[in-house]
Design a protein around this ligand. Sequence first.
Ligand code: F6P
Length: 345
Amino acid sequence: MTTVGILTGGGDCPGLNAVIRGAVRKLSNNNVETIGIMEGWRGMLEQMAMPLTVSNTDGILAEGGTILGTSRTNPYKEPDTAVPKIQETFAALGLDSLIAVGGDDTLGVANKLYLEHKLNTIGVPKTIDNDLSGTDVTFGFDTAINIAMEAIDRLHTTAKSHRRCVVVEIMGRHAGWITAFAGLAGAADVVLVPERNVSIEQVCDILKRNRADGQIYNMVAVSEGAVLASSDMVTQDGEVDEFGHVHLGGIAKNLAELIEKHTGYETRHVVLGHTQRGGKPTAFDRMLGTRYGIKAAELVLAKDFGKMVALHGNTIVGIPLADGVGETKVLTADFLAVLDEFHST
Ligand code: F6P
Protein backbone atom coordinates (compact mmCIF):
# COMPACT_ATOMS: atom_id res chain seq x y z
CA MET A 1 0.00 0.00 0.00
CA THR A 2 1.22 3.47 -0.82
CA THR A 3 0.93 6.41 1.55
CA VAL A 4 0.15 9.96 0.53
CA GLY A 5 0.59 13.10 2.65
CA ILE A 6 -1.62 16.16 2.33
CA LEU A 7 -0.96 19.62 3.75
CA THR A 8 -2.68 23.00 3.67
CA GLY A 9 -0.44 26.09 3.67
CA GLY A 10 -0.81 29.88 3.59
CA GLY A 11 -3.96 31.79 4.55
CA ASP A 12 -6.91 29.54 5.30
CA CYS A 13 -9.81 29.48 2.92
CA PRO A 14 -13.33 28.01 2.80
CA GLY A 15 -13.23 24.76 0.83
CA LEU A 16 -9.90 23.39 2.13
CA ASN A 17 -11.71 20.62 3.99
CA ALA A 18 -13.60 19.71 0.83
CA VAL A 19 -10.26 19.12 -0.93
CA ILE A 20 -8.98 16.98 1.95
CA ARG A 21 -12.21 14.93 2.03
CA GLY A 22 -12.27 14.49 -1.77
CA ALA A 23 -8.64 13.35 -1.93
CA VAL A 24 -9.01 10.95 1.01
CA ARG A 25 -12.15 9.41 -0.52
CA LYS A 26 -10.54 8.82 -3.92
CA LEU A 27 -7.32 7.44 -2.41
CA SER A 28 -9.16 5.23 0.04
CA ASN A 29 -11.33 3.84 -2.79
CA ASN A 30 -8.03 2.76 -4.35
CA ASN A 31 -6.61 1.29 -1.13
CA VAL A 32 -4.16 4.12 -0.60
CA GLU A 33 -3.59 5.51 2.89
CA THR A 34 -3.60 9.29 3.51
CA ILE A 35 -1.73 11.11 6.25
CA GLY A 36 -2.58 14.70 7.15
CA ILE A 37 0.44 16.96 7.68
CA MET A 38 -0.31 19.59 10.30
CA GLU A 39 0.14 23.36 9.86
CA GLY A 40 1.49 23.55 6.33
CA TRP A 41 5.20 23.18 5.66
CA ARG A 42 5.85 23.47 9.43
CA GLY A 43 4.41 19.99 9.78
CA MET A 44 6.86 18.63 7.23
CA LEU A 45 9.74 20.26 9.12
CA GLU A 46 8.61 19.06 12.54
CA GLN A 47 6.96 15.74 11.61
CA MET A 48 3.51 16.74 12.81
CA ALA A 49 0.92 14.44 11.30
CA MET A 50 -2.47 12.80 11.82
CA PRO A 51 -4.16 9.84 10.12
CA LEU A 52 -6.91 10.71 7.66
CA THR A 53 -9.70 8.28 6.90
CA VAL A 54 -13.05 8.33 5.18
CA SER A 55 -14.75 8.31 8.57
CA ASN A 56 -12.76 11.16 10.13
CA THR A 57 -13.09 13.38 7.04
CA ASP A 58 -16.69 12.69 6.05
CA GLY A 59 -18.22 15.30 8.35
CA ILE A 60 -15.83 18.14 7.51
CA LEU A 61 -17.27 19.29 4.19
CA ALA A 62 -19.31 22.18 5.59
CA GLU A 63 -16.58 23.35 7.98
CA GLY A 64 -14.57 26.46 7.06
CA GLY A 65 -10.82 26.65 7.63
CA THR A 66 -8.74 23.48 7.59
CA ILE A 67 -8.79 20.57 10.00
CA LEU A 68 -5.03 20.26 9.46
CA GLY A 69 -4.21 23.82 10.51
CA THR A 70 -2.03 26.06 8.38
CA SER A 71 0.97 28.38 8.53
CA ARG A 72 3.03 30.65 6.33
CA THR A 73 6.20 28.63 7.07
CA ASN A 74 8.68 28.89 4.20
CA PRO A 75 11.23 26.03 4.07
CA TYR A 76 13.17 27.96 1.45
CA LYS A 77 14.11 30.59 4.04
CA GLU A 78 16.77 28.13 5.17
CA PRO A 79 16.81 25.47 2.45
CA ASP A 80 20.08 23.84 3.56
CA THR A 81 18.51 22.61 6.78
CA ALA A 82 14.84 22.57 5.78
CA VAL A 83 15.02 20.40 2.66
CA PRO A 84 16.81 17.49 4.44
CA LYS A 85 14.17 17.71 7.20
CA ILE A 86 11.40 17.41 4.61
CA GLN A 87 13.17 14.42 3.05
CA GLU A 88 13.45 12.85 6.52
CA THR A 89 9.71 13.36 7.10
CA PHE A 90 8.95 11.66 3.79
CA ALA A 91 10.99 8.67 4.96
CA ALA A 92 9.77 8.66 8.58
CA LEU A 93 6.08 8.75 7.60
CA GLY A 94 6.60 6.40 4.65
CA LEU A 95 5.25 8.95 2.19
CA ASP A 96 5.40 8.20 -1.50
CA SER A 97 3.99 11.56 -2.43
CA LEU A 98 2.61 14.80 -1.04
CA ILE A 99 -0.41 16.87 -2.05
CA ALA A 100 0.19 20.53 -1.14
CA VAL A 101 -2.92 22.71 -1.03
CA GLY A 102 -2.06 26.39 -1.06
CA GLY A 103 -1.43 29.61 -2.92
CA ASP A 104 1.53 30.81 -4.87
CA ASP A 105 3.94 30.47 -1.94
CA THR A 106 2.96 26.96 -0.83
CA LEU A 107 2.82 25.68 -4.41
CA GLY A 108 6.12 27.40 -5.24
CA VAL A 109 7.77 25.31 -2.52
CA ALA A 110 6.09 22.13 -3.86
CA ASN A 111 7.37 22.95 -7.34
CA LYS A 112 10.95 23.51 -6.16
CA LEU A 113 10.94 20.29 -4.13
CA TYR A 114 9.78 18.44 -7.24
CA LEU A 115 12.23 20.08 -9.65
CA GLU A 116 15.28 20.30 -7.42
CA HIS A 117 14.89 17.23 -5.19
CA LYS A 118 12.65 14.87 -7.19
CA LEU A 119 10.10 14.73 -4.39
CA ASN A 120 6.71 13.55 -5.66
CA THR A 121 4.50 16.59 -5.18
CA ILE A 122 1.08 17.61 -6.51
CA GLY A 123 -0.41 21.09 -6.04
CA VAL A 124 -3.96 22.24 -5.42
CA PRO A 125 -4.53 25.99 -5.91
CA LYS A 126 -6.19 27.86 -3.07
CA THR A 127 -6.84 31.50 -2.27
CA ILE A 128 -9.85 33.69 -1.68
CA ASP A 129 -8.00 36.31 -3.78
CA ASN A 130 -8.55 34.27 -6.99
CA ASP A 131 -5.22 35.58 -8.31
CA LEU A 132 -3.46 32.37 -9.38
CA SER A 133 -2.69 32.35 -13.07
CA GLY A 134 -2.97 28.63 -13.91
CA THR A 135 -6.64 28.20 -13.03
CA ASP A 136 -9.81 30.04 -13.99
CA VAL A 137 -11.07 30.05 -10.39
CA THR A 138 -9.67 29.17 -6.97
CA PHE A 139 -12.02 27.74 -4.33
CA GLY A 140 -12.74 30.14 -1.47
CA PHE A 141 -13.29 33.03 -3.86
CA ASP A 142 -17.01 32.37 -4.26
CA THR A 143 -17.52 32.23 -0.49
CA ALA A 144 -15.49 35.42 0.05
CA ILE A 145 -17.40 37.44 -2.57
CA ASN A 146 -20.73 36.36 -1.11
CA ILE A 147 -19.65 37.32 2.42
CA ALA A 148 -18.38 40.70 1.20
CA MET A 149 -21.47 41.32 -0.93
CA GLU A 150 -23.77 40.55 1.98
CA ALA A 151 -21.79 42.91 4.20
CA ILE A 152 -22.16 45.67 1.60
CA ASP A 153 -25.91 44.96 1.34
CA ARG A 154 -26.18 45.46 5.09
CA LEU A 155 -24.08 48.63 5.02
CA HIS A 156 -26.42 50.16 2.40
CA THR A 157 -29.32 50.38 4.84
CA THR A 158 -27.33 52.02 7.63
CA ALA A 159 -25.54 54.39 5.22
CA LYS A 160 -28.90 55.35 3.71
CA SER A 161 -30.56 55.96 7.07
CA HIS A 162 -27.78 58.33 8.13
CA ARG A 163 -27.18 59.84 4.66
CA ARG A 164 -23.57 58.81 5.07
CA CYS A 165 -20.79 57.59 2.85
CA VAL A 166 -19.41 54.19 3.89
CA VAL A 167 -16.02 52.92 2.73
CA VAL A 168 -15.60 49.12 2.88
CA GLU A 169 -12.11 47.60 2.83
CA ILE A 170 -11.97 44.22 1.11
CA MET A 171 -9.16 41.64 0.91
CA GLY A 172 -7.09 41.06 -2.20
CA ARG A 173 -3.40 41.74 -2.04
CA HIS A 174 -2.40 42.38 -5.65
CA ALA A 175 -5.63 41.74 -7.54
CA GLY A 176 -9.07 43.28 -7.22
CA TRP A 177 -11.17 40.17 -7.93
CA ILE A 178 -13.00 40.09 -4.58
CA THR A 179 -13.53 43.85 -4.51
CA ALA A 180 -14.72 44.01 -8.13
CA PHE A 181 -17.20 41.13 -7.75
CA ALA A 182 -18.50 42.09 -4.30
CA GLY A 183 -18.44 45.81 -5.06
CA LEU A 184 -20.33 45.47 -8.34
CA ALA A 185 -22.73 42.84 -6.99
CA GLY A 186 -23.24 45.07 -3.93
CA ALA A 187 -23.94 48.16 -6.06
CA ALA A 188 -21.14 50.32 -4.68
CA ASP A 189 -20.81 53.79 -6.24
CA VAL A 190 -17.05 53.43 -6.53
CA VAL A 191 -14.95 50.25 -6.70
CA LEU A 192 -11.22 50.76 -6.19
CA VAL A 193 -8.86 47.95 -7.20
CA PRO A 194 -5.07 47.63 -7.46
CA GLU A 195 -5.35 47.37 -11.26
CA ARG A 196 -6.71 50.92 -11.68
CA ASN A 197 -5.13 54.09 -10.29
CA VAL A 198 -7.92 56.53 -9.45
CA SER A 199 -7.40 59.89 -7.72
CA ILE A 200 -9.30 61.16 -4.69
CA GLU A 201 -10.71 63.93 -6.91
CA GLN A 202 -12.16 61.33 -9.31
CA VAL A 203 -13.63 59.34 -6.41
CA CYS A 204 -15.30 62.44 -4.97
CA ASP A 205 -16.57 63.57 -8.40
CA ILE A 206 -18.40 60.23 -8.78
CA LEU A 207 -19.88 60.47 -5.30
CA LYS A 208 -21.03 64.07 -5.91
CA ARG A 209 -22.48 63.16 -9.30
CA ASN A 210 -24.49 60.35 -7.75
CA ARG A 211 -25.80 62.68 -5.04
CA ALA A 212 -26.68 65.26 -7.72
CA ASP A 213 -28.61 62.45 -9.47
CA GLY A 214 -30.74 62.01 -6.36
CA GLN A 215 -28.80 59.46 -4.28
CA ILE A 216 -28.81 60.36 -0.57
CA TYR A 217 -25.85 58.23 0.57
CA ASN A 218 -22.74 56.56 -0.90
CA MET A 219 -20.96 53.24 -0.83
CA VAL A 220 -17.28 52.79 -1.72
CA ALA A 221 -15.60 49.38 -2.02
CA VAL A 222 -11.81 49.44 -1.84
CA SER A 223 -9.23 46.67 -2.12
CA GLU A 224 -6.69 46.53 0.69
CA GLY A 225 -4.03 46.65 -2.05
CA ALA A 226 -5.49 49.55 -4.05
CA VAL A 227 -3.34 52.61 -4.60
CA LEU A 228 -4.81 56.09 -4.87
CA ALA A 229 -3.20 58.12 -7.65
CA SER A 230 -0.81 60.83 -6.36
CA SER A 231 -1.39 59.93 -2.73
CA ASP A 232 1.15 58.97 -0.11
CA MET A 233 -1.27 57.20 2.23
CA VAL A 234 0.21 54.37 4.25
CA THR A 235 -1.72 51.12 3.81
CA GLN A 236 0.73 48.59 5.16
CA ASP A 237 2.83 48.11 8.27
CA GLY A 238 6.50 47.19 8.45
CA GLU A 239 5.86 43.51 9.13
CA VAL A 240 6.62 40.91 6.46
CA ASP A 241 5.82 37.20 6.51
CA GLU A 242 8.31 34.39 5.74
CA PHE A 243 7.63 34.81 2.02
CA GLY A 244 8.36 38.57 2.21
CA HIS A 245 4.75 39.80 1.91
CA VAL A 246 3.84 43.01 3.72
CA HIS A 247 0.80 43.18 5.98
CA LEU A 248 -1.78 45.36 4.23
CA GLY A 249 -4.50 47.42 5.84
CA GLY A 250 -5.62 50.98 6.50
CA ILE A 251 -6.72 52.25 3.11
CA ALA A 252 -10.42 52.49 4.07
CA LYS A 253 -9.69 54.66 7.11
CA ASN A 254 -7.46 56.99 5.10
CA LEU A 255 -9.89 57.17 2.23
CA ALA A 256 -12.88 57.85 4.49
CA GLU A 257 -11.06 60.82 6.03
CA LEU A 258 -10.19 62.22 2.60
CA ILE A 259 -13.73 61.77 1.28
CA GLU A 260 -15.22 63.55 4.27
CA LYS A 261 -12.71 66.39 3.86
CA HIS A 262 -13.32 66.79 0.11
CA THR A 263 -17.11 66.35 0.04
CA GLY A 264 -18.36 67.28 3.49
CA TYR A 265 -20.36 64.00 3.57
CA GLU A 266 -20.25 62.25 6.93
CA THR A 267 -18.16 59.14 6.23
CA ARG A 268 -17.50 55.88 8.07
CA HIS A 269 -15.18 53.02 7.22
CA VAL A 270 -15.47 49.25 7.76
CA VAL A 271 -12.69 46.68 7.38
CA LEU A 272 -14.15 43.25 6.53
CA GLY A 273 -10.80 41.54 7.16
CA HIS A 274 -10.75 37.87 8.04
CA THR A 275 -14.55 37.51 8.14
CA GLN A 276 -14.09 37.03 4.38
CA ARG A 277 -12.06 33.87 4.99
CA GLY A 278 -14.18 32.40 7.79
CA GLY A 279 -17.21 30.17 8.02
CA LYS A 280 -18.96 27.68 5.78
CA PRO A 281 -17.99 27.38 2.13
CA THR A 282 -20.66 27.96 -0.52
CA ALA A 283 -21.97 25.01 -2.56
CA PHE A 284 -19.74 26.15 -5.45
CA ASP A 285 -16.60 26.06 -3.27
CA ARG A 286 -17.53 22.70 -1.71
CA MET A 287 -17.95 21.27 -5.20
CA LEU A 288 -14.80 22.83 -6.65
CA GLY A 289 -12.77 21.71 -3.61
CA THR A 290 -14.17 18.19 -3.90
CA ARG A 291 -13.35 18.00 -7.62
CA TYR A 292 -9.84 19.37 -7.01
CA GLY A 293 -9.23 16.84 -4.23
CA ILE A 294 -10.36 13.93 -6.39
CA LYS A 295 -8.28 15.11 -9.35
CA ALA A 296 -5.18 15.55 -7.14
CA ALA A 297 -5.63 11.95 -5.95
CA GLU A 298 -6.01 10.78 -9.56
CA LEU A 299 -2.70 12.44 -10.46
CA VAL A 300 -1.07 10.68 -7.49
CA LEU A 301 -2.52 7.33 -8.58
CA ALA A 302 -1.26 7.94 -12.13
CA LYS A 303 2.17 8.93 -10.70
CA ASP A 304 1.85 12.14 -12.72
CA PHE A 305 3.84 14.32 -10.30
CA GLY A 306 4.96 17.95 -10.55
CA LYS A 307 1.40 18.86 -11.55
CA MET A 308 -1.21 21.26 -10.25
CA VAL A 309 -4.94 20.73 -10.62
CA ALA A 310 -6.81 23.57 -12.28
CA LEU A 311 -10.25 24.56 -13.52
CA HIS A 312 -10.24 25.34 -17.23
CA GLY A 313 -13.73 26.26 -18.34
CA ASN A 314 -15.80 23.62 -16.58
CA THR A 315 -13.18 20.90 -16.70
CA ILE A 316 -10.64 19.95 -14.02
CA VAL A 317 -7.23 19.40 -15.58
CA GLY A 318 -3.66 18.78 -14.46
CA ILE A 319 -1.07 21.35 -15.57
CA PRO A 320 2.67 21.62 -14.76
CA LEU A 321 3.10 23.17 -11.29
CA ALA A 322 5.62 25.55 -12.84
CA ASP A 323 2.85 27.02 -15.05
CA GLY A 324 0.55 27.58 -12.12
CA VAL A 325 2.83 29.57 -9.87
CA GLY A 326 4.75 32.82 -10.07
CA GLU A 327 2.39 34.90 -12.14
CA THR A 328 -0.42 36.93 -10.55
CA LYS A 329 -3.75 36.81 -12.37
CA VAL A 330 -5.13 40.34 -12.26
CA LEU A 331 -8.53 41.66 -13.30
CA THR A 332 -8.95 41.36 -17.05
CA ALA A 333 -9.98 44.18 -19.38
CA ASP A 334 -13.61 43.03 -19.63
CA PHE A 335 -14.13 43.31 -15.86
CA LEU A 336 -12.35 46.66 -15.73
CA ALA A 337 -14.67 47.87 -18.49
CA VAL A 338 -17.68 47.02 -16.30
CA LEU A 339 -16.17 49.06 -13.44
CA ASP A 340 -15.52 51.96 -15.79
CA GLU A 341 -19.21 52.13 -16.77
CA PHE A 342 -20.03 53.12 -13.19
CA HIS A 343 -17.04 55.41 -12.76
CA SER A 344 -17.62 57.79 -15.67
CA THR A 345 -18.64 61.27 -14.54
O1 F6P B 1 -3.81 35.84 0.39
C1 F6P B 1 -5.03 35.79 1.02
C2 F6P B 1 -5.17 36.90 2.02
O2 F6P B 1 -6.41 36.69 2.62
C3 F6P B 1 -5.02 38.31 1.45
O3 F6P B 1 -6.19 38.76 0.83
C4 F6P B 1 -4.62 39.09 2.68
O4 F6P B 1 -3.84 40.21 2.36
C5 F6P B 1 -3.80 38.12 3.45
O5 F6P B 1 -4.20 36.83 3.05
C6 F6P B 1 -3.94 38.25 4.95
O6 F6P B 1 -3.08 37.38 5.55
P1 F6P B 1 -3.04 37.03 7.11
O7 F6P B 1 -4.05 35.97 7.37
O8 F6P B 1 -1.66 36.53 7.32
O9 F6P B 1 -3.37 38.29 7.85
